[in-house]
Design a binder for this molecule. Structure first.
Ligand SMILES: NC(=O)c1ccc[n+]([C@@H]2O[C@H](COP(=O)([O-])OP(=O)(O)OC[C@H]3O[C@@H](n4cnc5c(N)ncnc54)[C@H](OP(=O)(O)O)[C@@H]3O)[C@@H](O)[C@H]2O)c1
Length: 294
């Protein structure tokens, strides 16, 4: 039919969250009919949650309210879409096994992208608290493979805006910057909007089916010390570097109570060890900026 939208319809779980919002907007602006499966908003929901729902409705997103254990409801929505992207939060990582099961039952999904969007968890071995976090993502990967669901696992590396805020604290007044480890290890910072736009290309690309795609553009690789220097040039200020050594980070990861032990272990992995750059990409690896040079 003339004018019919033939682009894959996308269902996003966790779409109201920090990264999910970028994903929803990228999906809508590239012309995909977009559905978001979200927990119901109630009178007790945070105003920001209500705002997000309103904003999504305003841009044509279909919101389906429900919980992840509403199997029949999820299966019936899956039958109306082609692609599923999950950006659910850490406490819900293993609940994605329910999505995997529903996708298997529905039988029509052309691609599933689970909630990854971080480091390449099959190739890093961080400190135990972060390792346990990644292990949940690995369990979901293995379940998707076993269910023979077409997938793409996205290793987006560091969310740029998120980590610039964490490291440089631009909205606070301060003279110091915390440096994790020596500050010399390189890391890959990719802006959330770029990650989301790239992911929309990935979902419909036959080259990325049943593959891991790593987002590692050369231009986005930078050490913590280099980032601080750039920030000093931009702000025409100088900041005192306060180092937390490798040993101190390990100790903190062992002594902080859960879940506070997770962020410190993540900082150790990303900045003291440089895990996002700690492995070479071989000929078999798919790197996003090579797939989409523009
Ligand atoms: N690469 C990086 O630098 C980086 C940084 C942070 C996160 N990440 C990754 O990005 C992905 C998404 O993380 P995020 O920080 O964007 O997630 P988030 O904002 O914390 O949450 C995403 C959504 O999950 C649902 N949710 C959250 N807590 C829940 C709970 N207790 N019970 C049920 N549902 C819950 C909510 O959706 P509803 O309320 O609508 O149901 C929420 O909007 C994760 O895989 C995470 O590991 C990567």
């Amino acid at each position: 039919m003339e004018g019919e939208n033939t682009k894959p319809k996308i269902l996003i779980f966790g779409g109201t969250g920090y990264f999910g919002k970028y994903m929803v907007k990228a999906s809508v602006s590239s012309g995909h009919k977009t559905f978001v499966y979200a927990r119901p908003v109630t009178q007790n929901s945070r105003p920001s949650k209500l705002e997000i729902h309103k904003e999504f409705q305003g841009i044509g997103v279909t919101i389906i309210e429900g919980e992840l254990d509403e199997h029949e409801k999820i299966v019936s929505i899956l039958k109306q879409v082609d692609v599923v992207i999950s950006t659910v939060a850490y406490p819900k990582f293993l609940d994605q096994l329910k999505i995997v099961h529903a996708i298997k039952v529905a039988g029509n999904i052309k691609r599933f992208l689970p909630s990854e969007f971080g480091c390449e968890e099959d190739r890093v071995r961080p400190l135990p608290p972060f390792e346990a976090y990644l292990e949940k993502k690995r369990i979901v990967r293995r379940a998707i493979e076993a269910a023979k669901i077409p997938y793409t696992f996205v290793s987006a590396n560091l969310y740029g805006a998120y980590f610039v805020n964490v490291l440089l604290r631009p909205s606070e007044s301060h003279d110091d910057v915390v440096v994790y480890g020596s500050g010399e290890a390189k890391a890959v910072f990719n802006y959330e909007e770029d990650i989301a736009k790239c992911t929309i290309k990935v979902i419909n690309d036959p080259r990325t089916c049943n593959r891991i795609v790593i987002y590692r553009p050369q231009t986005n690789i930078i050490s913590q010390l280099e980032l601080i220097s750039l920030w000093e040039q931009k702000t025409r200020r100088s900041f005192k570097r306060v180092h937390i050594s490798d040993e101190e980070l390990v100790k903190l990861s062992q002594t902080l109570p859960p879940p506070e032990d997770i962020p410190i272990s993540i900082m150790h992995s990303l900045f003291a060890k440089g895990d996002s750059m700690n492995f070479e990409l071989g000929e078999d690896d798919i790197e996003a900026s090579k797939l989409y040079p523009d």
